[in-house]
Design a protein around this ligand. Structure first.
Ligand code: ZN
Length: 152
């Protein structure tokens, strides 16, 4: 049988602030002894939260820059290729631009996957995350080389 008080959620915020000098993250007012869940000075709602000591996101940003940069390059070149094909009477065919025809949707999808699966990838080992981030850069560089080999 549960004791009745165990069904009442503990007020961790008030318990913490009862004996800690803590500035309001919004206005800096000292919240020590606060009994409500909002700052009395600026009315900002407050929660007690657990955060990483250091948010290690370098691998994520690095991988995203590689993939999204590649996606952006391929989308721009694909747009330019479509413009050339549409308005130049004796222009090249779309097949001659196959690296960007494949690269634009592929790198855009991988960028989305990188963002969508960030929390899952964050559970991998540091070396696995960095290998994957470098892999994104490798794919982008490989696709740029394929493109420039075609247009040379
Ligand atoms: Zn405040």
């Amino acid at each position: 049988m549960d004791a009745p008080e165990s069904r009442v959620p503990r007020d961790w915020l008030s318990e913490y602030l009862a004996d800690h000098d803590t500035p309001c993250p919004q206005c800096g007012y000292n919240l020590r002894g606060l009994r409500s869940s909002a700052c009395p000075e600026c009315n900002e709602r407050l929660v007690l939260a657990v955060r990483p000591a250091e948010p290690r996101l370098a691998w994520f940003v690095f991988g995203l820059v590689g993939l999204a940069g590649g996606a952006g390059f391929n989308v721009i070149v694909l747009g330019w290729a479509l413009w050339v094909i549409s308005f130049q009477r004796y222009g090249p065919s779309l097949g001659e631009f196959w690296p960007v025809v494949i690269g634009a949707p592929m790198l855009a999808a991988l960028s989305g996957l990188w963002v969508w699966q960030r929390r899952r990838i964050a559970r991998w080992s540091a070396s696995s995350r960095w290998w994957m981030a470098w892999g994104g850069w490798g794919l982008t560089i490989l696709w740029a080389m394929l493109f420039f080999a075609r247009v040379r």
